[in-house]
Design a protein around this ligand. Structure first.
Ligand code: HAM
Length: 425
């Protein structure tokens, strides 16, 4: 019986895999430009980590985690997001000993049991960056500029950066009180989940996707109206920094983000070229999370970029690069002696970093050339008894059809030298 892939997942191969390599390589290049270092954390973590960090009343924790109990009775979840695991790893590995701020980045899969649709999957990749050890608005600005430079490098256009501040500490308490008073007055119009969330974290009521609830939430108080003078000053400094960086933004008072750990700055990059799932990147400051996980008070800020959504934008904006398979030469053969010579030559060229394919199918010359063409080899050469006798071989350009006869023993230097050796020799 044929078995299909799980709902909301994908197989990536061929040109699509090359496009993934392209966006991942660019992400690494941009992260390095900012002095960030890669971190790789486990794909599964203890369930408590996300309950404690992302929050008990969030969609992720209440509805979307893939959890399982292992043979030892321990409860784990497949990572639904990257920040909690990075914070855990930061503490567990004493990464606070790094020069501060510690700048970490990751490219990894995340798992959420959401209803799949275009731009929303159950397994999806994020390019994320997290800065630990600075409370300054300049860190928020730099972090945002990292995401911005990445998107610019890829040629993405027409993005909107939405910016908001949701405050922290005392001002968050004041806001929660005001929001709770507002919600209490609407309580009977809200769904069971909203009513449950009111008691746990009133801000999470605002995430409810039920259109009936949303209708009653339109006039809800917004955090920006309640933030302290310090938080407001921080927010203004961030805006000033972004102006210097030439990054345009809009203030969007309704952005609260769906995860509990945020303090002060929150932001999202959206695109009209994405359809209903319009957010390609989201992030913000989370100054209390390290402490909550047992560390010292540590200012921190980060973002997560949805890589599938990024590819959708690039496709819709016609910004995907042409894919070059990079196969330089097909060496075909006729007869046993030719086959051995082809094998030897291919081996020499590969050691020099030149991409070579050969016939592994005992096919006739016509079928071999068909294969070379289909595989998009740039050149082809066939070695048979007469080539071995003359010591010369014809190299054919597959694009122009032009043929050049060269010394058979010169084949390696002909291709090996015409190419920049790719670090293989
Ligand atoms: P998030 O908003 O949950 O934040 O996700 C960040 C981005 O991941 C989204 O903007 C979206 O592009 C992508 N994404 C989320 N869910 C899906 C899905 N089901 N399918 C496809 N793409 C998706 C976080 O995850 C935070 N950890 C970001 C962060 C890092 N904040 C501070 N540091």
């Amino acid at each position: 019986m044929a078995i299909t892939k799980p709902k909301g997942t994908k197989d990536v191969y061929g040109d699509q895999a090359a496009l993934w390599q392209y966006i991942e390589k660019t992400a690494r290049e941009v992260a390095v430009v900012f002095g960030a270092q890669e971190i790789r954390t486990p794909t599964f973590e203890r369930i408590e980590l996300f309950r404690q960090s992302v929050g008990e009343a969030t969609d992720i924790v209440q509805k979307e985690m893939y959890s399982f109990t292992d043979q030892g009775g321990r409860e784990y979840v497949l990572r639904p997001e990257g920040t909690a695991g990075t914070v855990r790893a930061y503490l567990e590995n004493s990464l606070y000993d790094l020069p501060m701020p510690a700048k970490l980045y990751y490219i990894c899969p995340n798992f959420r049991a959401e209803r799949p649709q275009e731009g929303r999957y159950r397994e999806f990749y994020q390019f994320g960056a997290e800065y630990f050890g600075s409370y300054e608005a300049s860190a928020d600005a730099e972090l945002i500029s990292l995401a911005h430079l990445y998107l610019t490098r890829l040629g993405v256009e027409n993005l909107t950066l939405h910016l908001n501040s949701i405050g922290d500490g005392e001002c968050r308490k004041r806001y929660n009180d005001a929001l709770l008073a507002f919600l209490r007055a609407k309580e009977e119009n809200l769904c069971d989940l909203c009513r449950d969330r009111m008691g746990k974290n009133p801000m999470r009521v605002l995430d409810c996707k039920n259109p009936d609830c949303q209708e009653h939430l339109t006039d809800a108080p917004v955090p920006l109206d309640y933030i302290s003078d310090e938080a407001r000053e921080h927010f203004e400094q961030l805006q000033e920094n972004l102006k210097i960086l030439d990054i345009s933004f809009v203030i969007n008072k309704s952005i609260v983000r769906g995860l509990d750990y945020y303090t002060r700055t929150v932001f999202e990059f959206t695109s009209d070229d994405l359809g209903s799932q319009s957010t390609v990147c989201g992030g913000g400051r989370y100054d209390k999370l390290v402490e909550k996980n047992g560390g010292q008070p540590t200012g921190a800020v980060g973002f997560g970029m949805g890589m599938e959504r990024l590819l959708i934008i690039l496709r819709n904006q016609g910004k995907l690069p042409a894919i070059d398979k990079g196969i330089e030469l097909f060496i075909g053969h006729m007869g046993d002696a030719g086959a051995l010579k082809a094998l030897e030559m291919a081996n020499c060229l590969r050691k020099k970093g030149i991409s070579v394919i050969t016939d592994l199918g005992a096919r006739g010359v016509k079928a071999q050339m068909k294969y070379a063409n289909k595989a998009e080899a740039k050149f082809a050469a066939i070695i048979g008894d007469s080539e071995l006798e003359k010591g010369r071989v014809t190299v054919k350009s597959m694009a122009s059809g032009k043929e050049t006869e060269i010394e058979l023993d010169g084949l390696v230097s002909y291709f090996g030298n015409s190419q920049k050796a790719k670090g293989f020799t």
